[in-house]
Design a protein around this ligand. Structure first.
Ligand SMILES: Nc1nc2c(c(=O)[nH]1)N[C@H]1C(S)=C(S)[C@@H](COP(=O)(O)O)O[C@H]1N2
Ligand SMILES: [Mo]
Length: 200
């Protein structure tokens, strides 16, 4: 049987509604949302640090980071400005791998980035295989405007939690709101419970 000429476009719009959180629409584009200019850290100067309430702080250079086992994952992402993008493909290192050697009693994390952006989340949300430090998108190095060389990817929370140009994690005994969380975004940000703003 021949495919109808509309096969591809119909496939794009016939999205399984069960995959789209409340209030979101699906886009095939990839919008750029940055609160400031795009920092440009060359890999030779890039490091990733886990610090704060830990038994000992740890820092990886670019080469050390790239020698860690990595995986390619396909996930859906959901921005609080209401676009969702399905089946995005990323390559990176699971945060479970990075945090595996760290002992801590902390229950909170503040991720920090070049340019000063921060975002907070429970440590449990990023230490159980549901969050990655990604360096490639669709098989190509992550573009600077999308957070290259490396960004956080926490797809089960709204996309503002996926800090671009990420340089480290501060483990904390007490929760500390990040950049958007201080400006009234929800502290946790579950798209399926539509936790967009404080009080949602
Ligand atoms: N460092 C940094 N990370 C950031 C942001 C930012 O402004 N700075 N914006 C956040 C928001 S609100 C969203 S929706 C996504 C956008 O990622 P994109 O530009 O790759 O689509 O990045 C998040 N991570
Ligand atoms: Mo966003």
């Amino acid at each position: 049987m021949a495919l109808s000429p509309n096969f591809h476009s119909r496939r794009r719009t016939d999205v399984d509604p069960a995959r789209v959180p409340p209030g979101q629409y699906v886009t095939s584009g990839f919008p750029v949302l940055s609160a400031g200019p795009t920092p440009k850290t060359p890999p030779a100067d890039w490091t990733f640090t886990v610090r704060g309430a830990v038994d000992r702080p740890r820092t990886w250079t670019w080469d050390e980071f790239r020698n860690l086992p990595s995986e390619t994952i396909t996930v859906d992402i959901h921005c609080v400005t209401k676009w969702s993008k399905l089946d995005t493909s990323w390559t990176g290192v699971s945060l479970e791998t990075l945090l595996g050697g760290t002992r801590t009693q902390a229950q909170h994390v503040l991720a920090f980035s070049d340019g000063g952006y921060t975002t907070n989340m429970p440590l449990a949300d990023i230490s159980d295989g549901r969050a990655w430090l990604v360096y490639a998108y669709d098989g190509a190095p992550l573009a600077p405007e999308h957070g290259g060389p490396v960004r956080l990817l926490v797809p089960h929370l709204y996309f503002w939690k996926s800090a671009k140009w990420v340089r480290g994690l501060e483990l904390r005994n007490q929760d500390e709101p990040g950049f958007w969380e201080r400006y009234g975004y929800h502290n946790y940000g579950d798209p399926w419970r539509e936790q967009r703003y404080t009080g949602d």
